[in-house]
Ligand binder design. Sequence first.
Ligand SMILES: Nc1ncnc2c1ncn2[C@@H]1O[C@H](COP(=O)(O)OP(=O)(O)OP(=O)(O)O)[C@@H](O)[C@H]1O
Ligand SMILES: C[C@@](O)(CCOP(=O)(O)OP(=O)(O)O)CC(=O)O
Length: 424
Amino acid sequence: MADKSQNWILIVTAQTPTNIAVIKYWGKRDETLILPVNDSISVTLDPNHLCTTTTVAVSPSFEKDRMWLNGKEISLSGDRFQSCLREIRSRASDVEDEEKGICIRKQDWDKFHVHIASYNNFPTAAGLASSAAGLACLVFALAKLMNVKEDLGQLSAIARQGSGSACRSLYGGFVKWVMGNDASGSDSIAVQLANETHWDDLVIIIAVVSSRQKETSSTTGMRESVETSPLLHHRAKEVVPKRILQMQEAIQNRDFPSFARLTCTDSNQFHAVCLDTRPPIFYMNDTSHRQVLIINCIEKWNRSEGTPQVAYTFDAGPNAVLIARNRNVATLLLQRLLFYFPPHPDTELNSYVIGDKSILQDAGIEAMKDVEALLPPPEIKDNVPSQKYKGDVSYFICTKPGRGPVVLADESQSLLHPKTGLPK
Ligand SMILES: Nc1ncnc2c1ncn2[C@@H]1O[C@H](COP(=O)(O)OP(=O)(O)OP(=O)(O)O)[C@@H](O)[C@H]1O
Ligand SMILES: C[C@@](O)(CCOP(=O)(O)OP(=O)(O)O)CC(=O)O
C-alpha cells in the first residue's frame, strides 16, 4: 500500500455535457435508487457552449472528502453524493503511477479521501440541467481516477443515482434512458441511439429567461406529481411507450417534422402534468407571456411553412430550448427572436447572443442598428405586436448536438492545485 506520509496527489479532470430531454422524464417509481416511471430520450448539447468541468484528486494528505462547486465549498453529506461516491469506490481497481511513486491497491481505496472541484459554465439550478452535467461529470471523473473498468452504460446507472437525468449525459448525440424492470435498478441505464454526427444539421437556440433559482425543484415537483396527478400515470402507461418508439424512428430517419411534433407535444404534456399536480406547479408562471409568445411564434411559423421548421421544449424552468431543422432556419429563428426580444439598451449584443456566434453573422446582425432594422416575421402580417419585450430574455445560447464526456489531459485545465489539492 502507498505510504501515507508521502505527499503525492493524483488528479483527473473531465468535461461533461448537459442534455435536454425531448421525451421527458417526470416521476420516479423508486425515490432512493432514482428509477423512473417511463423511458426518456434526450439530445446532448455541445460541451463547447454548455458543460461541467470537474477535477477530482486523491492524496494520502487529504483528511476528508471535500467538494467545491463554482468556487464555493459545498457539503458532500447528501444521500445522492454519498451513493455515487460509494458505488464508484466499490468498483475501483489498482492504480499505479511509477513516475510519482504512487501505488493504490483496489482494497485500499476506502482509506483515501478525495477532493472535488466543479465548475458549470452556465447558471446552476435554473432549468438548464446543471445537475445532469454535474453528477455525470462527477461519476465519470471519479471512475477515471479510480480506474473503474465498468462501461459507460454501467457508469450511467451510478450517475442516475446522483440525478436521474444525469445518466443521459454519459453519451453524446441522442440518448435513451431505459427505465428498466429490475428492482435493483441494474437495467435502468442510458443507451446511445445515435452519435452527434448522425444528425448534424440541427441547430439549438436556448432563450435563457431567468437565471434565478426555481421555486420547486424537479425532485420535489415530480414527487408531488406522482402522488397527485392522474395524468402522469396515464402518460407513463399509455402515452410515452408509443412516443418513445416514434421518436426513435424519427431520429433514426432524421425525420424533422415527426421529431418536432413529438418534442413540442411531449414538452406541453409534461407542463400539463405539472398543472394537473396538487397544488399545481407553474414552471412557466412568472414569465408566461414570454413562453406564450415564443410558442405562438413557432407554431404560427411552422403552420405558415406547411411543415415544422423549429421544435420547442421547456424543462422545469422558464428557459425555452428551440431546435431548428438546419442552419438556414436557425438564422431566420434568431432574427425572429431578436425582433421580439431585443436586448436591453445596457446589454452588449456580443454578450446577448453567446455560443456559436456565427449564426448571428449569417443573420446579417453585427450591431444594434441591425437589430433595430429587423422586420416583423412575414407570417404575423397585420398582427405586428405593439410592444417589444426589450430585456425580457437574459441572453441566447446558440449551440448544437454535441459529444459525450472526455478527460482533459492538459493540466492547465485542472481546477485543483497540483501541490495543495485545493481549488486554484
Ligand atoms: N457541477 C456540479 N457538480 C455536482 N453537483 C452539481 C453540479 N451542478 C449542480 N449540481 C447539483 O445539482 C443541483 C441543482 O439541480 P436542480 O435539479 O435543482 O437544477 P438544474 O439541474 O439546473 O435544473 P433541471 O434539472 O430542472 O434542468 C445543485 O444544487 C447541486 O447539488
Ligand atoms: C424536467 C426534466 O428536466 C426533469 C429532470 O429531473 P432531474 O433529473 O433533475 O430530477 P432528479 O432525478 O430528482 O434529480 C426532464 C428531463 O430531463 O427528462
